[in-house]
Ligand binder design. Structure first.
Ligand SMILES: Nc1ncnc2c1ncn2[C@@H]1O[C@@H]2COP(=O)(O)O[C@H]2[C@H]1O
Length: 253
């Protein structure tokens, strides 16, 4: 499985970009500012966009992406399928593609031939995508400030789990444990430990919570990728992870 992390930061600054992960050539997980790193031709290959939630840092690139691809999509009568929880689709329709902040591309150029299709996700139900190899994407609910999910992406050679934005919760833990061996676990860690109250109220992880989650997994993932660090706290979070995950192998995106 080819995983191209275009952005994985919890904010802006020092060249960082927010969450956008290209899996294979046709599947995009979240549409943050990382999308700016793609060429237009590479962007045009995307067929499926999976959104973990509606927060701006994860969706801001989507309206620009659809606009950029409008002519290519409409000329070839294709559409970009945006998969999201029903509550997230409601937010996108009401607050983003509402004809005020941005055109409603789910009705353009016409409702029948729209270049963007909003497709509701059901937790636990798999969407089968055809890339160079089959890619099965399954959402699972997580606990964030707004309705949110993570994704389990499986190809014949790799099992990749993307937590999205979440704090530690029992249902995510049992979902991860039910998967068995995970090849790559991409886990968020937005705040340092002294901000544990803010992490809890805003639905994020700290190094202490990451360490607890990993302790409670039945099987250690082959690779652990830590993401979504808030730039202001990056060095502190890395130092705390080094202490909390001493002896484990992980990398910070
Ligand atoms: N109570 C709060 N006080 C300060 N910042 C907050 C609060 N709640 C949310 N945020 C910030 O708002 C951001 C929205 O996106 P994130 O969830 O990535 O991260 C969140 C925090 O950085």
């Amino acid at each position: 499985m080819k995983i191209n992390v275009l952005g994985a930061s919890g904010g802006l600054g020092d060249g960082s970009a927010t969450t956008a992960i290209l899996v294979g050539e046709t599947v995009l997980l979240d549409a943050g500012t990382g999308l700016t790193h793609l060429s237009v031709d590479d962007a045009a290959a995307i067929q499926h966009v999976f959104l973990s939630h509606a927060h701006l840092d994860h969706v801001v690139g989507l309206p620009l992406l659809v606009d950029t691809l409008f002519e290519r999509l409409s000329d070839t009568r294709r559409s970009l399928t945006v998969h999201a929880l029903p509550a997230v689709i409601d937010i996108l329709k009401k607050h983003l593609f509402n004809q005020h902040l941005w055109p409603d591309f789910s009705t353009l150029p016409t409702r029948n031939r729209a270049v963007m299709r909003l497709s509701p996700l059901t937790p636990g139900h798999t969407i089968v995508c055809q890339d160079r190899q089959p890619m099965n994407v399954t959402p699972f609910l997580v606990t964030h400030r707004v309705p949110a999910c993570g994704f389990h992406v499986e190809s014949p050679d790799t099992r990749f789990v993307f937590s999205g934005d979440t704090t530690l919760d029992a249902s995510m833990l049992s979902r991860l444990n039910a998967l068995g061996q995970i090849d790559i676990l991409m886990l968020e860690c937005a705040f340092p430990n002294h901000h544990h109250r803010l992490a809890e109220s805003s639905g994020h992880m700290t190094p202490a919570l990451v360490a607890e989650l990993l302790r409670r997994l039945n099987q250690a993932p082959a690779q652990i990728w830590i993401s979504h660090l808030k730039p202001e706290y990056r060095q502190q979070v890395i130092a705390e992870l080094e202490a909390a995950l001493y002896g484990q192998r992980w990398l910070c995106l």
